[in-house]
Design a binder for this molecule. Sequence first.
Ligand SMILES: Cc1cc2nc3c(=O)[nH]c(=O)nc-3n(C[C@H](O)[C@H](O)[C@H](O)COP(=O)(O)OP(=O)(O)OC[C@H]3O[C@@H](n4cnc5c(N)ncnc54)[C@H](O)[C@@H]3O)c2cc1C
Length: 390
Amino acid sequence: MIDFSIPADLAAERDRVRQFVIDKIVPFERDPRLTAHGPNDELRQEMVELARAEKLLTIQAPVELGGRGLTHVEQAVLYEASGWSTLGPVAMNCAAPDEGNMFLLSKIANPEQTQRFLQPVIDGHQRSVFAMTEPGGAGSDPNQLATEAVFDGENFTINGRKWLITGADGAKTWIIMARLAANPHLPEGPTLFLCEGDTEGIVIDRIMNTMDRNYVGGHAVVNFENLVLPRESVLGETGQALRYAQLRLAPARLTHCMRWLGAAERAQSIAVDYAKTRTAFGKPIGEHQGVSFMLADNEIALHQCRLTIWHACWLMDQGHKARHESSIAKSYVSEELFKVTDRCVQVLGGIGISDETVVEMIFRDMRAFRLYDGPTEVHKYAIGRHLLRD
Ligand SMILES: Cc1cc2nc3c(=O)[nH]c(=O)nc-3n(C[C@H](O)[C@H](O)[C@H](O)COP(=O)(O)OP(=O)(O)OC[C@H]3O[C@@H](n4cnc5c(N)ncnc54)[C@H](O)[C@@H]3O)c2cc1C
């Protein structure tokens, strides 16, 4: 059966989320606490409390940990609504990297780790980090992981350098990927470790200056300098980090698509309003075919993106891993939404590149979406390999 209808209660919740974001969160878009390195923690906490009051905080979390245990399709509908402002997902605690980290931890953390590292993030009191990418090491190809963990039978000592680590500054829950060196006690290879951000040996070198500013704390260069962690800090099993990263990435790349779809819709709504009211050469610019075609192309892309997302989500809700489909969705949606937002800038003329409207911020923030959780070319590479293999 093919059914694209949205149940009435889900549609009502979608509208409530959208209204919450419009009424309570959009005003923060001009708050000075939205810095060049993203919203600061004070702003985040204020917005989190607003979402908590509306019972819209971390609604995706498993029921036993205080959430609603949303299906992937339900997430698609509600995250799209939250994305109307790039701050909406931050307020509702469904933004990257926390959202993907919470998903991963809910799947593989043991009960003690869940209480210590996951629950405070779900409750909105703490933030989390996923530290994988390295200068000259792990990136598009995570097999190049260079950060090393040495096990002496009791403790791990980790050394290495990471960059582009979102939210590192101030995050309490850290998931670190390091290659466990050969040892007589445990299987070697890429391994995930859990620890607190203020553990001695974690050194934040600097926050990078990037063109986006929608993630709390920005993106950091981090050194691990003889970071000593106990045996219990292993997340899951040693040697399995790349498998776990895949577990995290397939849904996480889709949730990026959902949130950015909401942001692109916002840009489109602003462009449509402008096209209706701004005149040139004797009529509203929207009545010039050159403009109406740009808006029509946007509408077509938004619709196609939504269907692509929903299909991959539906497959995951049926128990499929949907790795191939999530790769298709991530590469397609990130490229198309970027084009949509670019056309919105064009429709707005000169003010399109100014902060007179939020379109300029959406455009800059969205650019990175074509890179993280797999650059478009890497997804196409995976899709191509899949085709040739089968
Ligand atoms: C805003 C932002 C936030 C991020 N947050 C985090 C985070 O919190 N934690 C974390 O660990 N990482 C994070 N990253 C890093 C991100 O995951 C990497 O940027 C991404 O995996 C690509 O790796 P790289 O930057 O090293 O690019 P490289 O590996 O250097 O690749 C450069 C380019 O080469 C091309 N390329 C590579 N492989 C292929 C191929 N097989 N076929 C064709 N072309 C190819 C692609 O065009 C790619 O963009 C973040 C990145 C950004 C931009």
